[in-house]
Design a protein around this ligand. Structure first.
Ligand code: F58
Length: 820
């Protein structure tokens, strides 16, 4: 591909030229960071040509467009991925070698754009990659947060949050597009004006404050197909740049306030994962990027189409969770207030253009906004939602006459609150969950009433991940090995991996496969030594749990089990024990106290165990600081065991589970989220499944919970471990350090239900599954086969498949081929 545009020598020249232009330096005077900027500009140059080509092709074909609206895009670094998708990685590596630079080191200069928290944001990024690769016209729309998710430092075992100033040195892959700026209005009041000529009321927002939304475009490079789509993230600027000569006091204040509004709105990403905090600024962020995105989409549509009634034929707005649900009301506002449509016409268009994805059933993540806050900030949008609600209630009443219970449960506005999920369901044509089990739970439990009313709207789209980043880029050794055996078709057609199944019993293949795993473990061990100062044994089992820290994900159960193993080793030093390294990586939301205590506990346990000479290095515990997309790629490649141990029914899908599987790590997990489908693909004999089922958990929950005390009283191993939380074993004698964790499990003085996430109930079956892991690992041939089969059976979990299902069943997009 690179050859189509310029040769290696030309590339080298262009890097040198860029260094000169940017820094007035010769290449051998430049720092690695400067070379990164210069290389990125050279690559961007190629991308821009394809970007223009794509634009032209879209203008010619006029395909249907999906706008993927998301508060979060967890993109990870772009340079390596762009080179991969341009099929220029190896050529550029060589070119840089010849210039005396190492591409890996250059890649490491790039800040990790972390405009997302976890699974939901990363899914959006994988989807963009697949959309471009499959040749669909798609725009990601989001926010250009000046600070992404915080960087995590571990100090004295505790998480400390450090601001992530990712734009500090300028980000080479973005393009500012001030010519497409949009005005977004907040506050004020609505004046109604009767138009005698048409007999209609006009609604005019007055006394408002506004900000200018400025788009920055990032290229999304498709794999080997010259398509370059766009991620458009909006920045905010004050509308009338602060004028010092404004002596009128009212004006002066307004100018300052508008300036502040613009500054604050895009300042920082809220760092919560699966938890909703009703902050006004968050609501501002939502309306800000939605209003700008929808205005831009409508303007674009009108440029090449004469009739807005055709909008649903040409556009879908996909809402990534409820955060962009304002879309429903904003589209209504534009169609009714600005395009002068009747309510009925506008509603028909809106409800055939919007579609909603649900990512969680956790009650605390459901978005509800107090109506005072909402109506003050967005007076016109609120009026529209009131009208949507009024009509929706009429519909409910006509379907279920006299059923007040339905109204109470389903209303969009109820009890002083606006319920965003209800608005998203009423205002769209599709509602999807993100794994089979999750969608079934939505239909049978959380959204039961809505499912009964609109069964045709509900559908499942099991998540997926892009193999281009998480195998081709993250695990080059395995990627090459696979290509040597089955060709490179898997890069764009992942189910071809099943061709590897014939090698499952092949001794040579097994050895090569495990040898690659070993090399990846050595690479990770080196990283751990450099970053943690801990020496780990690459011959030990690398048992890995990396994901956001949340109680339902049960990192606590994992570390309690480590404590339990340690007790066993201490009690029975002679007992055969296969060396294990337990690796954790997780950020806790800054305000999530119990999650942060769990991080401290993991580090405290690590401290004691790693420094206990008497156990001969049989057990090591590592907490990898600042888990993020870039180190994730390396971690998945090096894992032997994939910990997916959420309380059944709580993890909507999970996507890390798929990345581990792709890289040949069997799942140790519960029957939750997409784990269920992973087991379906790879077979129960190639996974380690344990614990309560989702039905059992839901059953307990609906019947008042369960009693963890019975486990504490009857099981000495469990009691021992729990007592160690409060007897100073891991806290240098401090009895209180982990008291709250202890209490959370046994409810001795807390208000929540004890052990909300069934850790004690699942503990012993988890420990038993861990024993099975050890037993399986001891049998080298068996393990190699298992690992290989995990890779071979992971084809379903490509985001290319997920996107094709969205296209076929929800979006109905047209395929685009450059040059056709
Ligand atoms: C995640 N949700 C799910 N939310 O937990 C996970 O099972 C699923 O695989 C993934 O979505 C993709 O579908 C998630 O990451 C958030 O982080 C929200 C951020 C904003 C506040 C509410 C939670």
């Amino acid at each position: 591909m690179l050859d189509n545009h310029f040769k290696k020598e030309e590339f080298k020249e262009s890097v040198k030229e860029n260094v000169k232009m940017l820094y007035r330096k010769t290449i051998d005077e430049a720092t690695q960071e400067q070379v990164f900027q210069a290389v990125s500009l050279a690559v961007k140059d190629v991308i821009i040509d394809n970007w223009l080509l794509t634009q032209k092709q879209y203008e010619k074909d006029d395909p249907k467009i999906v706008y993927y609206l998301s508060m979060e895009f967890l993109m990870g670094r772009a340079l390596g991925n762009n080179l991969i998708n341009l099929c220029a990685y190896n050529e550029v590596k060589e070119a840089l070698d010849e210039l005396g630079f190492d591409l890996n080191v250059i890649e490491d200069q790039e800040p990790d754009p972390a405009l997302g928290n976890g699974g939901l944001g990363r899914l959006a990024a994988c989807f963009l990659d697949s959309l471009a690769t499959l040749g669909y016209c798609a725009y990601g729309c989001g926010i250009r947060y000046h600070y992404g998710l915080f960087k995590q430092k571990i100090e004295n075992g505790y998480q400390v949050e450090v601001p992530d100033n990712w734009l500090k040195n300028g980000y080479p892959f973005e393009l500012r597009r001030p010519e497409y700026a949009k005005e977004v209005k907040f506050g004020g009041y609505v004046r109604v004006e009767y138009d005698a000529a048409t007999g209609r009321n006009h609604f005019i927002q007055e006394g408002y404050q506004s900000v200018r939304a400025i788009p920055y475009d990032m290229p999304i490079v498709g794999y080997n197909n010259q398509i370059v789509n766009t991620l458009r993230i909006w920045d905010a600027e004050a509308i009338n740049d602060f004028q010092l000569d404004l002596f009128d006091k009212g004006e002066y204040h307004k100018a300052v306030e508008q300036e502040n509004l613009a500054k604050n709105i895009v300042e920082v990403l809220y760092p919560n994962d699966n938890h909703y905090a009703g902050k006004e600024l968050r609501l501002k962020q939502q309306y800000f990027f939605i209003s700008a995105s929808i205005q831009a989409a409508i303007e674009k549509f009108k440029k090449s189409h004469s009739d807005l009634h055709d909008l649903p034929k040409k556009v879908t707005f996909q809402l990534n969770d409820t955060h962009p649900t304002m879309t429903v009301a904003e589209l209504m506002r534009i169609l009714v207030d600005e395009e002068n449509m009747t309510w009925e016409e506008a509603w028909d268009i809106t409800t055939h253009t919007c579609a909603y994805t649900n990512h969680t059933i956790m009650a605390e993540a459901l978005e509800k906004w107090p109506i005072e806050l909402f109506s003050k900030l967005l007076p016109r949008v609120y009026q529209i939602i009131e009208e949507i609600n009024r009509r929706f209630l009429l519909e409910i009443q006509s379907k279920y006459p006299g059923d007040q219970e339905k109204i109470r449960k389903m209303a969009i506005i109820y009890d002083g609150q606006v319920k965003m999920a209800h608005l998203a369901i009423a205002g769209g044509y599709s509602v999807n969950g993100v794994a089979q089990l999750h969608t079934e739970i939505l239909k049978k439990q959380e959204l039961k009433d809505f499912y009964e009313m609109y069964p045709e709207k509900f559908n499942n789209k099991t998540n997926g991940i892009t193999q281009r980043r998480f195998l081709l880029h993250g695990n080059p050794l395995l990627a090459n090995w696979i290509t040597d055996h089955i060709g490179d078709g898997w890069i764009t057609n992942l189910p071809e991996l099943s061709k590897l199944k014939v090698y499952a019993d092949d001794k040579k293949a097994q050895q090569e496969f495990m040898n690659i795993k070993h090399q990846n473990k050595v690479r990770l061990a080196k990283y751990i030594l450099e970053h943690n100062g801990i020496e780990v044994n690459p011959n030990s089992i690398f048992d890995v749990q990396v994901k956001r820290l949340h109680e339902y994900k049960r990192q606590l159960m994992n570390i309690l089990h480590v404590m339990y193993l340690y007790n066993k080793i201490k009690e029975h030093p002679e007992m055969p024990f296969y060396p294990r390294t337990f690796i954790f990586g997780a950020k806790a939301a800054a305000g999530y106290r119990r999650a942060k205590q769990t991080i401290k506990l993991i580090n405290a346990v690590a401290d004691v165990i790693n420094n206990d000479k008497s156990i001969d290095g049989k057990l090591k515990v590592v907490f990898i600081e600042n888990y993020r997309v870039s180190n994730a790629e390396m971690i998945f490649a090096a894992a032997d065991v994939s910990e997916q141990i959420s309380t059944a029914s709580k993890e909507a899908s999970g996507t890390g589970n798929m990345k581990f599987m792709l890289n040949g790590a069997p799942t140790l997990g519960t029957m939750d989220g997409a784990n269920v489908e992973i087991v379906e693909e790879v077979g129960a004999e190639n996974a380690f499944i344990f614990g309560l089922s989702s039905d059992e958990v839901i059953n307990y929950e609906n019947n008042g919970g369960y009693d963890p005390m019975q486990y504490f009283n009857n099981d000495p191993d469990i009691r021992n471990v729990l007592m160690q939380l409060i007897n100073g074993t891991y806290s240098g004698g401090d009895f209180n350090m982990f008291r709250e964790i202890y209490d959370s499990l046994l409810n001795t003085n807390s208000s929540d239900r004890a052990d909300t996430y069934f850790i004690l109930a699942d503990f012993k079956s988890y420990a038993a599954a861990q024993e099975k892991v050890e037993e399986a690992y001891r049998d080298e041939a068996r393990w190699a086969k298992m690992a290989l089969l995990n890779t071979a059976c992971s084809g379903k979990f490509t985001s290319d498949r997920t996107i094709q299902q969205y296209v076929d069943e929800i979006w109905k997009l047209d395929k685009v081929v450059i040059g056709k």
